[in-house]
Design a protein around this ligand. Sequence first.
Ligand SMILES: Nc1ncnc2c1ncn2[C@@H]1O[C@H](COP(=O)(O)OP(=O)(O)O)[C@@H](O)[C@H]1O
Ligand SMILES: [Mg+2]
Length: 308
Amino acid sequence: MAPVEVSDLSKRFGTRVAVDHISFSAEAGEVFGLLGPNGAGKSTTVRMLCGLLLPTSGVARIAGHDVARHPVAARRRLGAVLGGERSLYWKLTGREYLLYFAALYGLRGADARRRAGDLLARFRLDDRADELVERYSTGMKQRLALARSMLADPAVLLLDEPTAGLDPVSARLLRDEVRAVAAEGRTVLLTTHYMEEADELCQRVAFVTGGRIVALDAPGALKRRLGGGAVCRVELAGWRPDLSLPGEAVAIGEGRWELRVPVSDPAAELPALVAQAAQAGAAVLRCESVEPTLEDVFVAVAGQALRA
Ligand SMILES: Nc1ncnc2c1ncn2[C@@H]1O[C@H](COP(=O)(O)OP(=O)(O)O)[C@@H](O)[C@H]1O
Ligand SMILES: [Mg+2]
């Protein structure tokens, strides 16, 4: 059995369906991504896997343990970094913070100090370990949260939007840490709405929208679903919903739109698209044909952009 097994899992809040019969599994050593826009149901899924929310129906297993029926056994194999927890416990130093959580896991004394010291070094916090966490940068706090999630040597790590709010350099360093954690044979389940992040980090990605998984595959395989062609991107001013142009128009600010159209023959289809847009009365500011990105696939499969 895979370290993460999700089978027909659903969650309703009143009449609102947040997670709608999703199934997937993630293997040891794999970074598995749940990719979707805000409100897709990613965090709700993670919170069920942590045992923080009870499923309405279906089963989630961590290292073989049903998280609803055997939450203690499941949690013992689990580390998690959830969103919205960055302001907790910051009156402690980084080292005290790890020792506090180590005690909760039953680690004490020299063992706890060694484990905390190792993790502080691993996540490049050792030179600031005895400073108050409230003085840490966002990137350092996030690395400390990752260190905390590793205290019990977990088989599975759940990371909910781990790079949200980080500057590009900190985000890249954190992605390197995540890759290293998986390379040790742990299963990393991460949620993100950054398609580049999912593309770079994940062996497999599930596209989530409206609580459902609408596609699940390796990033490369997902891109090949667009037919091995290219994507024409045409930047327009003066686009209106009533202009009937092919593809998906995404607002990119300042009254500009980008039309994205998967094509099989860009040399023929890009000029035709430009002519069609001009004829419809839109001003063409720029055009190019590029390799498809995961975002292009997401739009094609889910019918919506990730950054709405
Ligand atoms: N505790 C809650 N009570 C009611 N509705 C909720 C609750 N948590 C999440 N939701 C709703 O469930 C849906 C999925 O939310 P969430 O899992 O947070 O999405 P994501 O993490 O993909 O942005 C949203 O419509 C959200 O408003
Ligand atoms: Mg979320």
